[in-house]
Design a protein around this ligand. Sequence first.
Ligand code: ADP
Length: 508
Amino acid sequence: MIEKYNISYKETTNQILLINDTGIIIDSESIIFQNVNNKLISDLHPFFYILIDILPEYNQVFNFECINLQIENKHYTIDATLYTHGKNEPAAFVFHELTKQYVLYQKAAQKRNEAEIKSQLLNQQNNLLEEKETFKNNFITNFSHEIRMPVNTINGFSMLLENTNLEQKQRYNLNIIKDTNDKLKTMINDILDISKIETDQFSIYNMRFNLHEELNILAKIFGKKCEKKHLNFNFNLDTECPKYVVGDKYRLTQIANNLIGNAIKFTQIGTVNLSVSCVTKNNEKATLLLSVEDTGIGIENEQINSIFNGFYQVNNSIDNDGFGLGLAITKKLVYALNGKIELKSEYGKGSTFKVTLDFDIANNQKDTQPTQQHVLEDANQNYKILLAEPLEKNQIEFLNIISKLKNIGVTIVDSGDHVIQKLHQSPFDLVILNLKLPTMDGLDTARYIRHSNLEHFNNIPIVVISENPSKEEEHYCKERRINSYIGKPFNKEEILRKIKYIQQKKQA
Ligand code: ADP
């Protein structure tokens, strides 16, 4: 009879036991274990006790998995199949010996569990680190924003004081205040920049700009600085570089400023070379290589990677009033713009920093009028608007809309700092701010205006334009006494209606 079952289990190590309806093993093979004849099935495993009741009743197949048996001091792990035939014929118990497989399986499962536990632990640690990092970055961002306010106030009042009659000693002291405040401002802006990049709050302002003009301005400024330090300065601009490009003018200037500034700072004798060449160009794009070379103190090989870390400065004899953040920001900016930065340096001989950046070539290569001036001058203007908008096409769109108003004068600026500068120079009746402004963003600029102690600042109506409007942002703006919040896409009528409303309120 055993043979009958054996046919189906030929391939595996198994043992067949025949059991009568009272649970006694009446016949068995001896393949896995011996000497089980005449034993009660429940002697093999107490669990089988419950089967004794089933045996006479059912004509069925039952499957059991992963049963641990201990027979004659040996451990077995088996799967078992029970064929019951009621009282008609003995039941057959087929034991499949799977001890080895289960041990392997258990080991694998244990390993998997351990790996899972480890990865969960790692995840937890990562989450904790991320939370800490986010907290740190948010703290730095908020802290820097808050500290910028008093720094800007000192700046504003220093400018006012500068225009009064001061004695020589007073002017000297004022200059110290201004210098120190400028340094503090640079440091805060640097820290804010780093934390903005790290918290993904960093914006890229793609705008059409005159590349040649921007680089020439830079060359002029740094040429003068070199002159003062008795250094030679060479500027070479490849004529292959397109004149008008679309890209982030502010970030390009920031990168160049950092590198040229350092080249001058760390060079005592010799030359600083600035060259901009066009590596590749097609109808749409140009890859530019900005190279800043100096004959300064150079950097030791071991320091080359570290100087790109934040707050890292090489101990050297140069009087350095920096904070070790410039290169960290430069590298982050270059990467954020999908560019590359390389450094070659020879200690004692000089350094060359090379930055590769892609720019779109502007469709329109014709010269346009600079926009940072009174662009809409009405002879009878009695309502002065200061518009802060970085993108030229938006400036034009806006001008077209507000030119429908009568007796107005509009001054356009392209950054938050310029708004403050303009407000210090002359009074305005309305400030319109794009929230996405470089240097000081729209919200910071609005907060500065509202917190200023100057009365003509404090009460200026402010309209803000948001590129990505949201209820939360609108609420935030209202809480900060911003008179009107306009989300893009906006329509002409809405803007005109809001400005007219503010105008009428002033007259009332
Ligand atoms: P900072 O100039 O404010 O100290 P940076 O991040 O710009 O900070 O530079 C970090 C350090 O790298 C500098 O302190 C200086 O030691 C080194 N370094 C940067 N540029 C040069 C250079 N052109 N020549 C020599 N050393 C440089």
